[in-house]
Design a protein around this ligand. Structure first.
Ligand code: AMP
Length: 114
């Protein structure tokens, strides 16, 4: 099976501004930032989207959120706040079929989202 875009980033086959990685996840700056701080955190396991996650992925999903909070803190967003976004499917605008969580911060974010 061919690698996803984010697997290629994790494998250093495509350049990216990696800011964190461990045995479960990797985090790198979004190439088209929608906020002063816009980072993607992705599990190493290429689960296509949250709707395709199964019970066997419980630990991976937990790591994704726990590490998202840790990365947000590392980026200085703990006190100001930040938004975590997971797009699932066409109506949400999902473009890369490798589960990822957007970490957005550094400005006041609007609600509801567009
Ligand atoms: P989504 O729409 O939730 O699937 O988000 C995909 C995100 O990946 C978008 O915000 C893109 O800007 C971002 N993206 C696409 N290609 C790259 C890349 N090579 N490096 C970093 N971010 C990327």
């Amino acid at each position: 099976m061919s690698k996803t875009l984010f697997e290629k980033i994790i494998a250093r086959e495509i350049p990216a501004a990696l800011i964190y990685e461990d045995e479960h996840v990797a985090a790198f700056r979004d190439i088209n930032p929608q906020a002063p701080i816009h980072v993607l955190i992705v599990p190493r396991k290429p689960i296509p989207r949250v709707a395709q996650a199964g019970p066997e992925d419980q630990a991976v999903l937990g790591q994704l959120l726990l590490k998202a909070a840790a990365v947000a803190e590392k980026l200085g967003l703990k006190d100001s706040g930040y938004r975590l976004v997971i797009n699932n499917g066409p109506d949400a605008g999902e473009a890369v079929p490798h589960l990822h969580c957007h970490i957005l911060g550094g400005r006041k974010l609007q609600w509801p989202p567009g």
